[in-house]
Write a protein that binds this ligand. Structure first.
Ligand code: SF4
Length: 176
């Protein structure tokens, strides 16, 4: 389950994040096995200096982690400057289409520049709320947006959501 928002008797809450292993760690390991078979790997992970708390050793013996941006002491801003200097486009933060750790600014940009992705996110938003299993498991309806409104109907203008994101991005266990 993704860290979806939900109403609780004590206010807005979030589900525990359980998606990182399923959506990131296991698919990457599977792909590496598919392409390179049973050998040892060094996996380069692009955490910048701002994300140093996310850097952790690999939990499996056949993978060793390397963090090139930490070795170069580069922060997110340094990466953006580097991209500009080399005339590359500035990418969005990487995240699953349905990730609730998004500011209104990011949702709005997705809606404008990637309407297909936004439509996918809206469908997921409806599914997590309306499907039978979700209703059986969770006492309260689930939402991708902090406002506890269907994503399709949200007007993305809540600047406070950025405060929440400062502390709560796809960090810690998400390791990518
Ligand atoms: S980006 Fe978001 S939805 Fe995707 S694995 Fe990380 S926390 Fe989960």
């Amino acid at each position: 389950m993704i860290p979806a928002f939900t109403a609780t008797p004590n206010g807005t809450g979030m589900l525990k994040r359980q998606c990182t292993g399923a959506y990131k760690i296991r698919p990457i390991r599977r792909k590496m096995r598919e392409r390179f078979g049973f050998q040892k790997f060094r996996l380069w992970i692009g955490f910048s200096l701002d994300e140093i708390v996310r850097a952790a050793p690999s939990r499996v013996k056949y993978i060793t982690h390397r963090f090139p941006l930490l070795e170069k002491r580069m922060r997110r801003g340094d990466c953006i400057q580097w991209l500009k200097r080399h005339k590359f486009p500035i990418p969005e933060r990487s995240a699953c289409v349905c990730c609730p750790y998004r500011s209104d600014d990011e949702w709005g940009r997705m809606k404008r520049s990637s309407p297909e992705e936004f439509s996918q996110a809206c469908k997921i938003d409806e599914q997590i709320r309306n499907n039978h299993l979700s209703r059986k498991r969770h006492n309260y309806p689930l939402y991708l947006h902090k406002s506890l409104q269907p994503l399709r109907t949200v007007k993305f203008s809540n600047p406070n959501q950025l405060d929440f994101l400062e502390e709560e991005e796809c960090a810690g266990g998400c390791w990518l």
